[in-house]
Design a protein around this ligand. Structure first.
Ligand code: DSN
Length: 422
């Protein structure tokens, strides 16, 4: 078949090295960064070579506005086939009545969900950003907070978990048109059935944004909101380990509204190479190995949280049920930003995060958010999580430890390389 990629012109590193050595050099540098450091950003993962090949394929050239069988461009036979495959696989994976695989991202998926279910200035009840919610759940700097009247619920001060009584009280008082459950920095299982009950009581739509946990749901390691929510939005690049992108699962009742909201209201032509890569990722997630992966992601997060707690990095909510560790660093005598910076210098990539009722602004923050999807993809397990917790704690607390921590990080990543050479 000649040189790699010639069969369908999928990702071909040699072509890039010949055609643009400068950009090829940047990508080589990025691969080196990824291989040489610990990647603990909770929203990242390492997509498979098959996913990356689909992303780099000729389908990226194709315009295919519309949906399979009803496009506004000619020549969409392959685009139709691959989008139908993606939809069919996602339906099988999640048991949803309807799937839209075109959203460019989780944020545009959420915008489309708002458009499908609401009119501007309608009332939305969603989780407060500083308590773990997402920008698209009502931040004033985002469409959601600017164009809709958003009422926020938070977590309890004592348990740092969602106060379902407060959610219900707010819903009864404000009669929202839509309630959002799901978060970007909340390490606990969300009770979708309780949210459904509250939504029914006040006649609101229920939107579940499971951008973070979707891979755990696919792998049977977290409960699914599909039986409860009218619309479920998700991303494909986080715990699901696919390409950068979004998706929507919904009931047949709102399927037409959701599809029209995605195209033509929010987006133009779908990124067909990304749709192809989503089909590959859904196919991978349907395999039994993915269930093993998802379970290990959660087991690793639990081990990481426990070991961090032993290092005086207090787990928010006391633990985790997911892929995420959210820890308060104040007892270790530091701030989120200082801990993040020290860790970065030691080759540990994670992000500072506010903790509930944080006295610090988000750019400083009192917490760190760590995730296990990447390190689990690299084949690390519970023993490595214990070592990682000790490295994070040492680097976070003591800039003097950065050099020795960096040496241990290098040994750890060399033993479990991301994208192993050869
Ligand atoms: N907020 C991003 C994160 O969780 O990292 C994703 O949208």
């Amino acid at each position: 078949m000649g040189r790699p990629g010639s069969e369908f012109y999928g990702a071909d590193p040699a072509a890039l090295a010949r055609g643009d050595p400068e950009v090829a050099g940047v990508l080589r540098e990025e691969l080196g960064r990824v291989r040489g450091r610990l990647q603990l950003i909770a929203s990242e993962n390492f997509a498979s070579p098959a996913v990356l090949a689909a992303l780099g394929s000729v389908l990226g050239n194709k315009y295919a506005e519309g949906y399979p069988g009803g496009r506004f461009h000619a020549g969409c036979e392959a685009a139709d086939r691959v989008e139908r495959l993606a939809v069919q696989r996602a339906k099988e994976l999640f048991g949803a009545e309807h799937v839209n695989v075109q959203p460019y991202s989780g944020s545009t998926a959420n915008l489309a969900a708002f458009v499908a279910l609401l009119r501007p200035r309608d009332t939305v009840l969603a989780m407060e950003l500083s308590h773990g919610g997402h920008l698209t759940h009502g931040s004033r700097s985002n469409f959601s907070g600017r164009w809709f009247d958003v009422v926020s619920y938070g977590v309890r001060r004592d348990t740092e978990t969602i106060d379902y009584d407060e959610v219900r009280d707010l819903a009864l008082r404000h009669r929202p048109d839509m309630i959002i459950c799901g978060a970007a920095a909340y390490p606990r299982t969300i009770d979708f059935a309780v949210f459904r009950g509250i939504a029914d009581e006040v006649g609101a739509w229920l939107l579940a944004d499971v951008a973070h946990e979707i891979g755990l749901i696919a792998g049977g390691a977290a409960p699914s909101p599909v039986p409860y929510a009218d619309v479920v939005t998700f991303t494909t690049h986080k715990s699901l380990r696919g390409p950068r992108g979004g998706g929507i699962l919904c009931t047949s009742e709102v399927a037409g509204r959701v599809d029209r909201a995605v195209f033509p209201f929010v987006q133009g032509g779908p990124l067909m190479n990304v749709v192809a890569a989503k089909a590959v990722a859904f196919g991978e997630a349907l395999r039994p190995e993915f269930r093993v992966y998802a379970a290990q992601v959660v087991a690793n997060a639990k081990a990481l949280v426990q070991a961090l707690a032993e290092e005086d990095l207090r787990p928010v909510t006391g633990g985790t049920d997911t892929h995420m560790a959210l820890v308060d660093v104040r007892d270790a005598g530091t701030t989120g930003v200082a801990a993040e910076t020290n860790c970065a210098q030691a080759g540990i990539v994670l992000n500072r995060n506010t903790v509930p009722y944080d006295p610090e602004p988000p750019r400083v923050a009192s917490g760190l958010r760590l995730g296990t999807p990447c390190v689990t993809t690299q084949g690390m397990g519970v023993p490595e999580m214990k070592e990682i917790a000790s490295l994070v704690a040492r680097a976070a607390r003591d800039p003097g430890a950065i050099t020795s921590v960096a040496e241990r990080v290098a040994r750890l990543t060399a033993g479990h390389p991301a994208y192993p050479p050869g």
